[in-house]
Design a protein around this ligand. Sequence first.
Ligand SMILES: [Zn+2]
Length: 598
Amino acid sequence: MRTTLATLLAVWAGISTGRAQGVDLLLVDGTVYTVDPSRPWAEAVAIAGDRIVSVGTSADLRRLAGPRTRVIALRGAFVSPGFNDAHVHIDSTGALLTGANLLDVHERARFVERIQAATARLPKGSWITRGDWGAYEQWNAGSAGAAGSATAAAPFLPDRSDVDPVTPDHPVFVNRFDRSAYFANTLALRAAGITESTVAPPGGAIDKDASGRLTGVLRGAAADLVARVVPPISFEQRLAQVRAVLREAREGGVTTMQDLTTAPQLAAYQELRRRGELTARIMVRPQLWEVTHVAALGLSRGFGDEWLRLIGFKAWVDGIMGSSGALFFEPYAHDPGNKGYPRHIMFPEGAEGAALRMTASQRYTDFGQGNLEKLIEQAADTGLPPHVHAIGDKANRILLDVYERVLTRRQMVDADHRWRVIHAQVVHPDDFARFGKLKLVAEVNPYHVSDDMRWMEERIGTQRNEGAYAFRKLKDAGAVLVFGSDSPGTNAARYYLSPVYGLYAAVTRQTLTGEPAGGWFPDQRLRIEEAIEAYTRAPAWASFEEDLKGQLAPGRLADLAVFDTNLVEAARSDPQSLLRAKVRYTVVGGRIVFEAGR
Ligand SMILES: [Zn+2]
C-alpha cells in the first residue's frame, strides 16, 4: 500500500532529520484536537517537510527540536486539522471580493463609495459587475426574519450622475440582488449603444428621470443590451480573484477547498501553483456534461496531486430555495402555482415532463432513462464520482432513484463509491433511510440553516421543514456528512469561508444573533466533535484522501489551523464565542501561510 510506505518514509525522514538538524516546525504547549479517534487530544505537533512526523506531549516532542527547528509555543491555543471546505464557488467568491460587494447597500452614499473602492482594485478599463445591492433592505444581516426587518420606505435606486464622477475609467454594470433592476454608468450605456432615443426591447424598461434623461437603471430584457457587451475577464483579473479567495481561506484556517471548476479557473490555479502562490489545496470538479472529454482523455479518480486533484463531476437536479426554484412534490406555501423546476442538464428526460409530473408515490426511474442518468453512467465508467445538487424533496427523490438504479445495475452499492448528494436540503421522510442503504455522502451547507430559517416556514410550511437541513437524521440514516460554506452564498447573504460560521450553525441551529432560543428544529443539532469531523476528516474521506489529511497524525500532510479559542469548549459553554474565534496560524504542507498580526 502506497500510503503505508509514505507514512513510514515520512516518519523515518522526521527521525533522521530529528537526529541531525531537528524537525522543521514544532508546535508545543497547545490544545491539539487531532480528529484522530485513536488519540483525540495532544499538546504538540512536529512537522518535517510537508508532513506531520509526530503528535504527542510537549515534553516528548521537544526532543525532536534541533538548531534549525522553528519552535512555536502556543500557550494553550487550539490546534485542529486544516479545514476542508467541501463546497466553494471560487470564481464567484473571487468576483465578489475583488469587485463591488453591495449586498448591504441601499442608499446613495455607500453605493458610490463601494463602487469607487472597487475601481482601486481593478485595472482601468475593467468592468465592475454583479454587486447585488439592496439584499438587506428586506432584513438586517444575521437577524431573524420579519422581526429584524429594516424599514426602507421605497427601494433604493442608483443614478449615473452620482456614479459617473468616480468611474471615469471603469464601465459599471451591477444588479439589485433579486435582478429586478440593473444599473449601468455612462461608459457602460455608451458601450451598449444605449441613448435617450433607444426603445426598450419587449419585456424590458430603460428608466428616465422627469426631464427624460437616462438614470442608468435598466430592467428585464433591457439589461441584456448591456450584458451582451460585457467582455470576459482577463487572465490577470482571474488570478487576482483567486488570490483574494486564497487570502480569505488562509485567514479562516481553510487548507483545502472543493471547487466547482471551469477550464479558465483550472488554468488560473495551475498558474498560481507555478508561481508558488497556492496557499490552499484545490479539489477540482468539472461539470458533468464534460464527462465525454474527461473520459476521452483517460482522466480518472485521483488524477492530479495533493495540490490540485480531480475528485468528481458536478451536476444539478433543481433550482434553489432563494428563488423558489427547488423542486418539490407539493407547491410552495407562498406561491401555490409553483413547485420549482428541473435544471437543463436533466433534459431530455426519459419521458416528457417527468420531473414535473412525478408524484410522491412514484419513482423517477419509472419514466425511463433521462439525460442525467445517462451522464451518471458515463461518469461511473471513468471512476470519478458524481456530485449532484438536489434541494427540494422531489429533487432528492429523483437523484436517489437515479443513483439507486445505476449503482444497483453496476453492482456498486457496496463498492466504496462515495457518490455525493450536494445540499440534501429538504428530504422526504421516506427517503432518509436510502442515504444509508446506498452509502451516500451528503455534502451539506450548515450556514444555510442560520440564513434560510428566516423564511423557510413561510415558503414550505412546518411539516416539510422537519426534513430540512436534517443533519441528525441524515447521519443516523448512515450518510457521511461533509460540510461546505457554499461561499459566496446566496445573492441575499454572504457566506464566509471561515468555518466558525458553519460550526456555529450546526451546533446551535440559530441565527448569528442567537434566534430562536434553543435552535430551529433543535433535535437536528450536531455535537461540535461531529461538526469538526464533517469539516475535516469526512471531506478528506469523501475525496478519497483520508490517508493524506483530515486528522493530525504521523504521515499525514501538515495542514493545520491554530485558533485563539478552544472550539470544542466554546461550542459547549458559549456557542456565540465561536463566531469571535480568530485564527492565529494556518499551516499548509508544513509552511506557515497565515500568521495573525503579520
Ligand atoms: Zn453552491
